[in-house]
Design a protein around this ligand. Sequence first.
Ligand code: C5P
Length: 227
Amino acid sequence: PAIYAVIPAAGIGTRMQADRPKQYLTLAGKTILEHTLNALASHAAISEVIVALHPDDPYFTDLPVAGSPWLTTVTGGNERADSVLNALRALSDDSWALVHDAARPCLDHEDIDRLLTVTDRDDVAGGILATPVRDTMKRAHAGQATVAHTESRDDLWHALTPQLFPTGLLRQALTDGLAAGQPITDEASAMELAGFEVALIDANPANIKITRPADLPLAAFYLQQQT
Ligand code: C5P
């Protein structure tokens, strides 16, 4: 079956305090979104890339990648999960959807290769890139910056992207999760709620999500290490 990359890029990125959404900030000569799109489109197993954009996005059409034959755009939604669903509607049930944050430009092909091995497994429905938690984890008193207790970090992982699932199963799981009013901050959370097993694939920690201004020089460093 075909593997399609789905990029939710319809967020407005208020935490960056920039004049434009973070995916349109420039990093090493290109926008973050272009680095992300190129990292996926350049992988031989990925047949097409579908990017979900904000309905009022004024930036995308000016990018050199806009109009590439391997690229399709759809309109994003209110939540990340709505944006992903809009992209999945264009895809056939028996394909695989590899969903990746626009704000993670440092993805490398080795990580994509490792994630793709889940398509051959019958013990899981799909999988996600993740990194084991290394710091000691504190649970705070609700809404406060004081410690209620220490959580065990055994068996705790950070969920990254890409996340890879059969398109038909993921579309149904996201639809049901949204209808149930569940918080869905990644694709795996919808699949878990639907009762599916999800593989954790140990990822390169360089695959950071750009969230704060200090992440930009760090991402530039990781991109430079790749070439
Ligand atoms: O805000 P956060 O960093 O969690 O966003 C993760 C990704 O989801 C970003 O690439 C963002 O553009 C995307 N997103 C979206 N539609 C929304 C909200 C976020 O495509 N409504």
